[in-house]
Design a binder for this molecule. Structure first.
Ligand code: ATP
Ligand code: MG
Length: 277
C-alpha cells in the first residue's frame, strides 16, 4: 500500500528522505555529457528545447534532485516527459515547449483562476505560470488524498514529479490497459471526483488518456488545466469530464451513463452526518 501525504510538511519530509537516500556527491557539478548520456535522448532534447531549458534542467540537477535524464517516456505537442535517474530510483520530468505550446488554450484555464491573476500575456510567462499551476495542482491533489504523482520541484518550464510505474517501466494509460476490475476503478474515480469537488477542484481534461493504470492502482495525471470551481467555465469542464469518463466506463462493462455517474459522485460529496448521542 502506497503512502499518502496529507500536508506540505509531510511532502517536504518525504522529499528530504528521498534526497538523503540518493547520496549524490555534494559539490561536484554534473557535466553536460553526463546529464543526458543517451545520444538519442540528447538529440531529442536539443531539437525540441532551447538553451534556457537545458540550463533550467541543470539548475534542478545541481540541487541534487536527480543525476541523469535517461530517456523520453512521451513526446507531445506541448511538451515531453522524461524518466530521470535519482539514486536508486526514478523521477518523471515534464518539460513544456515554449515555442509550440497553445497559449490561447492555456490562457482559457489560467485567466479564470484567481491563483494566477497577474500573469503577463507573453509566451514565456504563460508557460511558466502553466508549469507552476500543474505543480500546485499536484500539491492540492496530494493534500486531499487523490492519487496523483507526488510533486517534487519546478522551475521555469520544467516540472519534476514522482515516477509512476514499476521496476522502472512507466505505467500504461488506462486507455491502453483498462483495469481488471472496472467496477472498482469506477468507484475509485467517483470518490476522487467527489473529494475534488469538495475541495473545489475540477480536473478539466479527465479521461482514460490522463489516468494511469499502475499495476491496478488508479493514478490521475496531467493536471495543468485543473481549475477551481470559481472558474467561469468550471461547470462546462466538469460536465465534459463526467461525459468522457462515463462513456469509457460504460464501454468497458460498467453499468453507468452520464446521469448515473453525475448522481453517484454527487452522493459521495455529501459528508457523513455526525451521529446524535
Ligand atoms: N509521473 C509520471 N510517471 C510516469 N509516466 C508519466 C508521468 N507523467 C506523465 N507520464 C507519461 O507521459 C504521458 C504524457 O503526460 P501528460 O498526459 O501529463 O502530458 P500531455 O501534455 O497530455 O502530453 P500529450 O500531449 O502527449 O498527451 C502520459 O500519458 C504518461 O504516459
Ligand atoms: Mg495527457
Amino acid at each position: 500500500m502506497k503512502k499518502f501525504y496529507t500536508n506540505q510538511s509531510q511532502i517536504n519530509k518525504q522529499l528530504n528522505e528521498q534526497l538523503n537516500e540518493q547520496q549524490l556527491e555534494e559539490g561536484k557539478p554534473i557535466k553536460e555529457e553526463k546529464l543526458i548520456k543517451d545520444e538519442h535522448t540528447r538529440e531529442i532534447f536539443e531539437q525540441v528545447f532551447d538553451k534556457a531549458t537545458l540550463n533550467t534542467v541543470y539548475e534542478i540537477a545541481r540541487k541534487k534532485y536527480f543525476e541523469e535524464i535517461e530517456f523520453v517516456i512521451s513526446t507531445g505537442k506541448e511538451g515531453n516527459v522524461f524518466r530521470c535517474k535519482s539514486g536508486n530510483g526514478h523521477y518523471a520530468m515534464k518539460i513544456y515547449k515554449i515555442e509550440t505550446s497553445n497559449f490561447k488554450h492555456m490562457m482559457e484555464y489560467i485567466e479564470g483562476d484567481r491563483r494566477f491573476k497577474s500573469v503577463r500575456k507573453d509566451k514565456q510567462e504563460i508557460v511558466k505560470a502553466w508549469t507552476k499551476k500543474e505543480y500546485k495542482n499536484l500539491e492540492e491533489l496530494t493534500k486531499i488524498k487523490v492519487k496523483a504523482p507526488l510533486p517534487i520541484t519546478f522551475s521555469r518550464n520544467c516540472l519534476l514529479m514522482e515516477f509512476i510505474g514499476e521496476n522502472g517501466n512507466a505505467a500504461p494509460r488506462a486507455k491502453e490497459k483498462p483495469f481488471t476490475d472496472m467496477n472498482k476503478a469506477y468507484e475509485t474515480i467517483c470518490e476522487y471526483l467527489a473529494k475534488m469537488i469538495n475541495a473545489k477542484l475540477i480536473h478539466s481534461d479527465l479521461s482514460e488518456y490522463n489516468i494511469l493504470n499502475n499495476n491496478e492502482e488508479l493514478v490521475i495525471i496531467d493536471v495543468g488545466q485543473m481549475v477551481t470551481t470559481e472558474h467561469p467555465k468550471a461547470k462546462e469542464f466538469y460536465v465534459r469530464d463526467i461525459r468522457n469518463l462515463s462513456k469509457w466506463f460504460s464501454k468497458n462493462g460498467v453499468k453507468t451513463n452520464y446521469e448515473k455517474m453525475y448522481e453517484h459522485v454527487k452522493e459521495k460529496t455529501k459528508k457523513p452526518k455526525k451521529e446524535k448521542k
